[in-house]
Each structure stands twice: as structure tokens, then as C-alpha cells.
Design a protein around this ligand. Structure first.
Ligand code: ZN
Ligand code: ZN
Length: 456
């Protein structure tokens, strides 16, 4: 992969690890079963364990605008690299993370690993070290955000596809799109030449933030994504010649979708390296350094580096308790489902049989009680939002804290109020509740905040 990137004149390394030390404290490698996917990087493939070729230094992507003094971190990463014994990896990662009190989701399969976890700083350091030891020939990119508390309710490590399969297709992951660094991405975005820009996420993610010019994704869920839904050219020659740029939150959905497009005849396929999370971090780093340089030169540092990331509008939807992350932009592009006012408050509809993830403003929330529409507010099976608990008086404006308490995912160890199997709503009879499959995950967008099926 690295050789491919170099041959394309693109540099994988980006200056985003400033201020973070590497290597981290050594953790003995537990997992000798990740094979070398790029043996050409070594003179000859070394026996494992231990690798004789030093592990590639990872990239650690962080946002300097966030408060690094916080005790906890969220850590997101994935690697596409053949795993010979994925079940064993599941067991070992599960034990490793549980021992350190970490929470989150880790999916392992023969294709690699996809993880979004959270724990204290030291535990996250150790997990990164373990991953580097396990995949020594892969350039890993870790997205590390400081958080005040762990961002997931529990730990789930599963033997599972890294993303839901695209219409059941088995893709050749050796033939994927080319990574563009955030800088290269911006340069290509600025070029006037014809290209297609694809948002490889869900519609509700687009609603709260997106690249300028990207259309709202039409697929109800990732597994439905295909060239026709994006209105891509059918003509063979046009497919071969048209450049396609794609992005998603953390990059993994583009790994699969770019492989699918390449196997459908597209030749010029580009994906945003590390996804929008890394793009936002890189922009914040560049801005911070430009401001520091401006201060040194006697300026006030205020305007250096410009405002928000040049091509991004709004914030970024994330699949953890935070729901939405800032991207350095003051522009709010999300719109309330009820009144159209700007908002970034996400909520699953309180009608259990709808459960639609929708945006609601702080003014409409007390009145609408978390229902997405009038008919849902009178549906038979409801999960009303405890708005009056949060405000003391129904109808009052909600504080940011009480909105967060109502709309963010469950706290660590708490039951998930969005999951029917967790809580019996007061207005659902016990018999009906017990008869339910308890596995219902919503309709409409097919989405659910902090849903376990979601991927970055
Ligand atoms: Zn509203
Ligand atoms: Zn609804």
C-alpha cells in the first residue's frame, strides 16, 4: 500500500503527531497471527514472532483545539490486513481491553480490524502499542480525542465483518482507491476539472455536516450503497475516465466502497485518508501552527489559517455518546425536523416502531417530547423523553447539559434507552414487550444513535 502511494507521488505521512510521543511504552505483542501484507517492505519476509523488520511508526491524529488535559480518550482506527486467526484475535483483544477497563466496539475478521474504543490515556496508549506490534508492516492511523469520560456504555469485541457487506458482495480489497492526504484532498477539491464527489455515509450524517458540493446520500444504509444510487456513469469509458472522490467519517467505508467501484470499472478512485475526522484534525493543526507563526512575527495570530476548514460545512456526526463533533466551523447546517431552525441536536424518535434519528432544536424539544412527527406522538408503543425531569417544568427551554443528558447515548454501565431490549417503556404491556423480538433497530433511516451496527 505504501509503495503504491509513493508511486502515485502522494505522501502517506502527514505532520499530525505533533506534541505526542512515540514510541509509546512497550507492550509485549500478544498477536503473532497478523501476516505481512506488504512483504516487499522488508528484504525478505521475516518469521513471526517477533518481526525482524521494525514496525512502521503510526500516525496519531488529534485535534489541538480539544482539551488534552482530560483524563480519557476515544481511539478510532482500522486496518485492512489479512488476519489468519480472527477468532483468537477477538478473544485476546477482548481480554486486553477488559483488563484495562476500556469500552467500545471492536470488529475483527479475516480482512482486518475496525475499532472505536474509549479508556484512560494510559490504556489507550497500551492498546495502540499492541496494535502496532500486531500489524508491524501496516501504517496505522489512530484518531485520538480527549474526552471527559469514556464515550461508550460497554465493551463489545466481535468476530464480524468490519463494515456491513455491500449487497453481499465479496470484494477484492487488494484493489482499492488511492488515499489522498487532507492537503491533497483540498488541492483536488479546488481544481476546476470535472470530478464526482461522493459522501459515503448515511443521510443523517450529511444533514449535520458535509463537504461543499456533496449530495445527500440516497442509500438507506451503507450496505445499499452502489454506483446507481449515486447516479454514477454507466458507460464503460466514462467510468474509466471520470475521477471519483469519496469520503466518510473515519475512512473504512471508503475502503470497501472504493474497492466496489474499482471492480465496477472505475479507474480514478480517490478516498480521503483517515476520513473527515483526520481531515478536521489536520486542519486544526495547520491553523494552530499558522497562528503561532503569526504571533512570532508580531501579528495577533487571530486571522492566520483562516476560519473553518475551507471545503467543509458544519460539524461531524460520530457514533459515540458525543453524537456530533465540532469541525472548527461556526456554521450550523443541521435543520430542526419541526421548525427548520439551525440545530445539531440528534434524537431517536420516541415512537419505538419509528425510532428515526432526527434533528430537533432546543425550542421544539420540550414541546415535541422527542417524537419526529405528530403521528408518532400518538403511536401505540412510545418511549417518551423525560423532558420534565430535565427542566423541572415542561415547556421550558432546556440547558445544554439537560439536552446532552436527554439526547446523548447512555453513560457507561447504564442501559441504552434507545434499545428496546434494555428497557420496557411504561406504556408497553409486559406481555407485548416480552413477545417482541427485542432486537428492533429502527426504520426510516435505519439508524439509531450509538447503534451497534454503525461503523465509522
Ligand atoms: Zn425546532
Ligand atoms: Zn417517528
Amino acid at each position: 500500500m505504501r509503495l503504491l502511494l509513493l508511486s502515485c507521488g502522494l505522501s502517506f505521512r502527514t505532520p499530525c503527531a505533533r506534541g505526542l510521543r512515540w514510541p509509546l511504552p512497550r507492550v509485549p505483542p500478544l498477536l503473532p497471527h497478523a501476516i505481512h501484507a506488504s512483504p516487499r517492505l522488508c528484504a525478505s519476509p521475516p518469521p513471526l514472532p517477533p518481526p525482524t523488520c521494525p514496525a512502521l511508526e503510526p500516525v496519531i491524529s488529534t485535534n489541538p483545539a480539544l482539551d488534552m488535559s482530560l483524563t480519557f480518550r476515544t481511539l478510532a482506527f482500522y486496518v485492512i490486513s489479512t488476519v489468519e486467526q480472527p477468532q483468537r484475535m477477538v478473544e485476546e483483544h477482548s481480554a486486553f481491553l477488559a483488563e484495562r477497563g476500556m469500552v467500545g466496539r471492536v470488529y475483527c475478521c479475516a480482512d482486518g480490524v475496525n475499532a472505536q474504543v474509549s479508556g484512560d490515556v494510559h490504556a489507550c496508549d497500551e492498546y495502540m502499542q499492541l496494535l502496532v506490534s500486531s500489524f508491524p508492516t501496516q501504517q496505522l492511523l489512530f484518531k485520538l480525542d480527549p474526552v471527559a469520560e469514556v464515550a461508550f456504555p460497554k465493551l463489545r469485541v466481535k468476530l464480524k465483518a468490519l463494515v456491513p457487506s455491500l449487497q453481499g458482495e465479496r470484494l477484492n480489497l487488494a484493489d482499492r482507491g488511492v488515499d489522498l492526504s487532507p492537503v491533497a484532498w483540498d488541492e483536488m477539491m479546488a481544481e476546476p476539472s470535472h470530478k464526482l464527489l461522493l459522501d459515503v455515509r448515511n443521510g443523517y450524517e450529511w444533514d449535520v455536516g458535509r463537504f461543499a458540493g456533496a449530495e445527500r446520500p440516497r442509500a438507506a444504509q451503507f450496505s445499499d450503497s452502489d454506483a446507481a444510487l449515486y447516479g454514477l456513469p454507466q458507460d464503460e469509458q466514462e467510468r474509466a475516465e471520470t475521477p471519483v472522490m469519496m469520503y466518510c467519517t473515519g475512512g473504512i467505508r471508503c475502503e470497501y466502497f472504493s474497492a466496489k467501484l474499482k471492480q465496477s470499472g472505475f479507474k480514478k478512485v480517490y478516498k480521503l485518508q483517515g476520513g473527515v475526522q483526520h481531515y478536521g484534525n489536520e486542519f486544526a493543526n495547520t491553523k494552530k501552527h499558522a497562528e503561532a507563526a503569526s504571533m512570532e512575527e508580531g501579528g495577533n495570530g487571530g486571522s492566520a489559517g483562516g476560519g473553518a476548514a475551507p471545503h467543509w460545512k458544519g460539524s461531524l456526526f460520530v457514533f459515540d455518546r458525543r453524537n456530533v463533533m465540532p469541525m472548527g466551523s461556526d456554521e450550523v447546517v443541521g435543520r430542526c425536523a419541526h421548525c427548520g431552525a439551525p440545530t445539531e441536536i440528534f434524537l431517536n424518535c420516541g415512537n419505538i416502531d419509528c425510532n428515526k434519528l432526527h434533528l430537533v432544536c432546543s425550542k421544539c424539544l420540550p414541546r415535541t417530547q422527542g417524537y419526529c412527527c405528530e403521528s408518532c406522538s400518538t403511536a401505540p408503543r412510545r418511549r417518551p423523553l423525560p423532558v420534565s425531569d430535565a427542566t423541572g417544568a415542561e415547556g421550558a427551554l432546556l440547558s445544554a447539559e439537560s439536552i446532552a443528558a436527554l439526547t446523548q447515548g447512555p453513560r457507561p454501565g447504564a442501559l441504552d434507552p434507545n434499545k428496546l431490549s434494555s428497557i420496557k417503556p411504561a406504556n408497553v404491556p409486559r406481555k407485548a414487550f416480552d413477545a417482541d423480538t427485542h432486537g428492533f433497530r429502527g426504520r426510516g433511516d435505519g439508524s439509531i444513535v450509538n447503534g451497534e451496527e454503525e461503523v465509522a
